[in-house]
Design a protein around this ligand. Structure first.
Ligand code: ADP
Ligand code: ASP
Ligand code: MG
Length: 467
């Protein structure tokens, strides 16, 4: 069972978690818990590190006090035995002291390496396991904190490290099996891992879901349950579309597409380890545990035409490379994306007109200037020869992605999407169909994104009920 930041963010929330673990422990012989940091703590830690490089010592001290208080408040409610309370908080404070010292070192150096950033970013989970395991213990269930540095081995690609699956499986089993044999619940840090030299790495923001999948696959678990703050995977982000409803069954391909196109509910890398291990995956709500949430399955019985869910990505711009001479220039697409990749910029959507006179792709708005500059120099020769006329960016745009396995067998879905948007005067800037045919993505101007989302969400409400 993996619990997200909001699920452990307050005493009330963590009490819910303890209750869920206690209940499930009565049904299942072995229960393994993976947790995120308390909500907002990872962000605050990263701010501490960046404010350190800007030499803001007061902010570091204040943040440490805030983080200490957040943990202490929960400990005082859920760990009432004074000795156990003190023990858990001593561990928390030790980690916090390391982070304050590291931040001060950054202030002296004036910059932070990715390796140091990962040590700082991962501290939230390390503090949380001390508190959560003490809280579970106080409720009468024996629990033990485990840092995932002992379980998951990765390369040294800090801030987005790649696990060595085979080695991690061995490590995970050798550490967790004896704990489980003792009838104890391991309470494990999500998000973090370690290199073969023992340096802390992280699996990317939101990576605790992925940790749970890796650990679940290694054991192997019967099922992996991702507990969050909404009733499973929903037809749209409920923060943006209040009418959104739960999708009861979702295929791995559908959820992978949703996750890739911005639905934060599940980290996109979570799917693969569980598919490969043939394990069940469920997304459910800590605050509404009797709700069945969403069951993820290998193949969903898709009904023709059905749209399952809609997701949006914002803060993007489209870059276009165009010129009548492009037809004759070899490898334009390859060189373009090679250049963009070298900047470490992700490209969520690409369209190319069949005339080959332009290539158009989306990039995060913050990287637009850098990308244009690099492309202009990579194609300087072609630009000088007028084979490429210009490289330019649109204003801010957003991508809306409509997802559903049933779409691939149904002609006219793209037509329905365009008609629905056209009827409401939403202009479509570009359209792309994923090669998996599980999704169709539409680009609209940022100002029209919200309206477009609501218009398309009505297509779900007016289609047959989701299965
Ligand atoms: P956690 O901390 O539990 O990992 P996250 O904040 O990472 O939680 O993810 C849960 C949030 O994802 C929800 O609160 C919701 O606002 C957002 N979300 C975005 N799209 C969807 C969707 N299609 N279904 C459910 N939640 C979504
Ligand atoms: N705490 C980490 C983050 O905020 C990991 C996670 O929550 O999954 O990114
Ligand atoms: Mg998350």
């Amino acid at each position: 069972m993996k619990f997200g930041g909001t699920s452990v963010g307050t005493a009330d929330a963590m009490r819910q978690v303890v209750e869920i673990v206690k209940n499930e422990k009565q049904t299942w012989k072995n229960v393994v818990v993976v947790t995120s940091a308390l909500s907002g703590v990872t962000d605050l830690l990263l701010k501490m590190a960046s404010s350190a490089s800007n030499n803001l010592p007061l902010f570091i001290e204040d943040s440490a006090v805030t983080i200490h208080k957040r943990h202490q408040e929960i400990a005082d409610v859920l760990v009432q035995d004074p000795e156990k309370n003190k023990k858990a908080m001593t561990e928390v404070d030790e980690i916090l002291t390391q982070i304050v010292n590291l931040s001060k070192a950054i202030a002296v150096l004036g910059e932070a390496t990715p390796r140091v950033m990962d040590t700082i970013a991962s501290a939230g989970e390390r503090m949380c396991i001390q508190l959560l395991s003490a809280a579970i213990g106080s409720a009468g269930v024996s629990a033990e904190p485990v840092e995932a540095t002992r379980l998951i081995l990765t390369d040294d690609h800090y801030m987005d490290a790649h696990p060595d699956i085979a080695a991690s499986k061995k490590m995970t089993k050798s550490v967790l099996d004896p704990i489980l044999e003792r009838g104890c619940v391991p309470v494990i840090t999500g998000f973090l891992a370690a290199t073969d030299k023992g340096n802390i790495t992280t699996l990317g923001r939101g990576g605790s879901d992925y940790s749970a999948a890796l650990i679940g696959a290694a054991l192997p678990a019967d099922e992996v349950w991702i507990y969050t703050d909404v009733d499973g995977v929903m037809t749209a982000d409920p923060r943006l579309v209040p009418e959104a409803t739960t999708v009861p069954v979702c295929s791995y391909r559908e959820v992978a597409e949703l996750a890739y196109y911005g639905a934060k509910v599940l980290h996109p890398k979570t799917i693969r380890p569980v598919i490969e291990a043939g394990i069940g995956l469920r997304v459910c709500n800590t605050f509404n545990p009797s709700h069945p949430g969403t069951r993820l399955v290998a193949i969903s019985k898709a009904r023709d035409g059905i749209i399952k869910a809609i997701t949006t990505v914002k803060d993007l711009q489209l870059i276009t490379l165009e010129g009548r001479g492009m037809l004759g220039v070899p490898g334009v697409a390859g060189r373009t994306f090679d250049t963009v990749a070298k900047l470490g910029t992700s490209v969520p959507l690409i369209t190319q007109a069949s005339s080959e006179q332009s290539i158009c792709f989306a990039v995060p708005a913050e990287s637009v200037q850098r990308v244009i500059k690099e492309l202009s120099s990579a194609f300087a020769h072609e630009i000088e020869n007028r084979d490429i006329d210009r490289v330019w960016a649109t204003e801010e745009i957003g991508i809306i992605t409509v997802v559903g396995e049933g779409m691939k067998s149904t002609p006219g879905i793209a037509g329905r999407i365009c008609t629905a948007l056209g009827d409401q005067n939403v202009n479509i800037v570009a359209i792309a169909q994923g090669s998996s045919e599980v999704s169709v993505s539409v680009v609209v101007m940022a100002a029209e994104l919200k309206k477009a989302l609501q218009v398309l969400h009505k297509l779900i409400q007016h289609s047959e009920p989701v299965q």
